[in-house]
Design a protein around this ligand. Structure first.
Ligand code: KIV
Ligand code: ZN
Length: 510
C-alpha cells in the first residue's frame, strides 16, 4: 500500500498541447521550479524527440530540479527513447514515459498495425527503455476504448518487459467513473509481477469527468494521478491537479490518503500557469477561480457571517488565497516594493530590482492602486523584453470616426537599429498590424487575439495575447500596457518578431 498519492504533472507536455499555448524556455524552467515547490512527485517536462526546443528545456529542467523525478515522453521508437535518455540523464531522478495506442480505431486508422505487432513493439521498446532507465512508465494510449482482454495483454506485456509504472490514459475523455475505476480493479487483480507496480490515471475532460474518473481510479487502486495545473490541455483539457489534491484533503474521511502537495502554494502555482499560458482561469473554476470563495446570496452571506462552515468546506487560506491584498501606490518606496516582490515569491537581484522599480513608478503614475496582478504583469513584461529580438519603440495613431485609421510604428532590434513604417486600416488595430507587417515584410495570419484586464477598475492595465502563423509556423506574443492599442502592438511585434527570427535562423522559406 502506497503511503501517498503521487502527483504526476504534465502541464509542460500535455498542458502545452492546449491550442494557442506555447511556453518559452524560461517560462518552462520557472514553471518546473514552481511545480517542485508545490510538491509534485513527477514532472513530465516535454517530448524531447518532438523538437530541439523541447529537448533543450527538458534537459535544463532535469539539470535544475533538486529532488523531483523528471520524465519525458517517447513513442515506441528507439530514437525517441534515446532522446529522453539524453535529455534526462542528469536529473536527480530520471524516468521515461513510453506509449503506444492499443484501441482498434488507433490500430486500424493511425498505426496500421495488428495487435501482435503492437505487442511486439511494446516488448522491444519497453525493454530498450529499461536498459537505460530504472523507472519505465508505459501507457496504452486510448486505453478506455481498448477491449479489456487486449488492454490486459498489453499491460502484462509491458510489465514483463520491465515497466514498473502503468498509466491508463482516457485519451479522448470517453470513460465514466464506474467504468474507469473498474479498469484499475481488473488490472490490480489480474496483472502478475514480481515487483510492485504503480498504477496511474491520466484523464481528459471532454465530458467534464476527468477529476471524477481520477478519484474513481484512486478508489480502485491507482496511486498516481496525472494531470495539469488549472486542467489545461488538449481540447477540454486534463485532470485539474489542484482539484484532486483538495478533494483528497477535504474528504480525507473517505479517501484516507493524501498527496504531498503544499496546498497553501496552490493559488500561486495556478496564477503562474494562467499567466504564462495566457489563459485566464474561469471565475467559477473549483479551488482557484475568483468566485470559489465568494458568497453572493443574502442567505449564504448571513449564514457565512454566523459561521463560515455553513457554506465553506475549506478556507481560502488553505489554498493560499489572500483575502486582503495591500496594493502599492505612487508614494510606495523601494522597501515596500522589495517586500512585495518577496511576498509574491520572487527572488530578484538588486540590479534588476532597480529596473523594475522604475517601471513600477511609471505604472503608479498612471493608476492609483498597483495590485499584485500589476506587479506580476510588470515582471512578466520585463522578462519578455529580455528574450525577444524586436521591441516596440513608439506608436503614433490618428483616429477619425467613420474613416480609415492610420498608424506609424517604430521597432528596435537588440543591436539598437530602428525600423519604422506606417499604414492605414479600417480600424486602429488593423492599421497598426498592417504597419508592423510592412516593417517585417511578412504577411502573417492572425490566429488569435485576446484582450484581458490585468486587474480591476477603469485604470486597469491591458494584457493582450496574439497568435500568428507565418510560413506554416505558429508564434505567440503578449503585451502589457496601460493603453490597449499599445499593448496590442507590443504583443504583435513580439509574435511577428519571433517568426522573423525563426525564418532567419532556420531559413524557413516564405
Ligand atoms: O492522453 C493521452 O493518451 C496521452 C498519452 C501520451 C499518455 O497524453
Ligand atoms: Zn493526455
Amino acid at each position: 500500500m502506497s503511503s501517498h498519492i503521487q502527483i504526476f504533472d504534465t502541464t509542460l507536455r500535455d498542458g502545452e498541447q492546449t491550442p494557442g499555448v506555447s511556453f518559452s524556455f524560461e517560462e518552462r524552467l520557472k514553471l518546473a521550479q514552481q511545480l517542485e515547490k508545490w510538491g509534485v512527485d513527477v514532472i513530465e517536462a516535454g517530448f524531447p524527440a518532438s523538437s530541439q526546443g523541447s529537448f533543450e528545456s527538458v534537459q535544463a529542467i532535469a539539470r535544475t530540479l533538486k529532488h523531483t523525478t523528471v520524465t519525458g515522453l517517447a513513442r515506441c521508437l528507439k530514437s525517441d527513447i534515446d532522446a529522453v535518455y539524453e535529455a534526462t540523464k542528469d536529473a536527480v531522478s530520471p524516468s521515461i514515459h513510453v506509449f503506444i495506442a492499443t484501441s482498434p480505431i488507433h490500430l486500424e486508422s493511425k498505426l496500421h498495425m495488428t495487435e501482435a505487432e503492437v505487442l511486439e513493439a511494446i516488448t522491444t521498446h519497453v525493454r530498450y527503455a529499461k536498459e537505460r532507465f530504472d523507472i519505465v512508465q508505459f501507457s496504452p494510449e486510448d486505453a478506455t476504448r481498448t477491449p479489456l482482454p487486449f488492454l490486459i495483454e498489453s499491460v502484462q506485456t509491458a510489465v514483463n518487459a520491465g515497466a514498473t509504472v502503468i498509466n491508463i490514459p482516457d485519451t479522448v475523455g470517453y470513460s465514466y467513473p464506474t467504468e474507469y475505476g473498474n479498469i484499475f480493479k481488473e488490472l490490480t487483480e489480474q496483472i502478475k509481477s514480481d515487483v510492485p507496480i504503480t498504477y496511474s490515471a491520466h484523464c481528459h475532460d471532454d465530458l467534464g469527468l476527468a477529476v471524477a474518473n481520477s478519484m474513481a481510479a484512486i478508489e480502485n487502486g491507482a496511486t498516481r494521478i496525472e494531470g495539469t495545473v488549472n486542467g489545461i490541455g488538449e481540447r477540454a483539457g486534463n485532470t485539474a491537479l489542484e482539484e484532486v489534491a483538495l478533494g483528497l484533503y477535504v474528504r480525507q474521511d473517505h479517501y484516507q490518503i493524501q498527496t504531498q502537495i503544499q496546498l497553501e502554494l496552490t493559488k500561486q502555482t495556478s496564477d503562474m500557469v494562467a499567466r504564462y499560458a495566457g489563459l485566464r482561469v474561469p471565475r467559477n473554476k473549483a479551488i482557484v477561480g475568483k468566485n470559489a470563495f465568494s458568497h453572493e446570496s443574502g442567505i449564504h452571506q448571513d449564514g457565512f457571517l454566523k459561521n463560515p462552515e455553513t457554506y465553506e468546506i475549506m478556507t481560502p487560506q488553505l489554498v493560499g488565497v489572500k483575502k486582503t491584498e495591500l496594493p502599492l501606490g505612487k508614494l510606495s518606496g523601494k522597501h515596500a516594493f522589495q517586500d512585495k516582490l518577496k511576498q509574491l515569491g520572487y527572488d530578484i537581484d538588486l540590479e534588476e530590482q532597480k529596473v523594475l522599480f522604475k517601471a513600477f513608478k511609471s505604472i503608479a503614475d498612471k493608476k492609483k492602486h498597483v495590485t499584485d496582478q500589476d506587479i506580476h504583469a510588470l515582471i512578466q513584461d520585463t522578462e519578455h523584453e529580455k528574450h525577444v529580438a524586436y521591441h516596440l519603440e513608439a506608436l503614433q495613431l490618428q483616429f477619425v470616426s467613420n474613416g480609415l485609421q492610420s498608424a506609424v510604428v517604430v521597432v528596435r532590434d537588440n543591436e539598437g537599429q530602428q525600423y519604422q513604417d506606417s499604414s492605414i486600416g479600417t480600424g486602429s488595430i488593423v492599421a497598426i498590424y498592417n504597419a508592423v507587417d510592412r516593417i517585417f515584410n511578412v504577411e502573417p495570419v492572425l490566429l488569435d487575439y485576446r484582450i484581458d484586464a490585468v486587474s480591476e477598475g477603469r485604470d486597469a492595465q491591458a494584457e493582450v495575447h496574439v497568435q500568428v502563423e507565418v510560413a506554416g509556423q505558429e508564434h505567440t506574443g503578449v503585451g502589457f500596457d496601460h493603453d490597449i492599442l499599445y499593448a496590442s502592438c507590443k504583443a504583435y511585434v513580439e509574435a511577428v518578431g519571433k517568426a522573423v527570427q525563426s525564418i532567419q535562423k532556420e531559413g524557413v522559406a516564405q
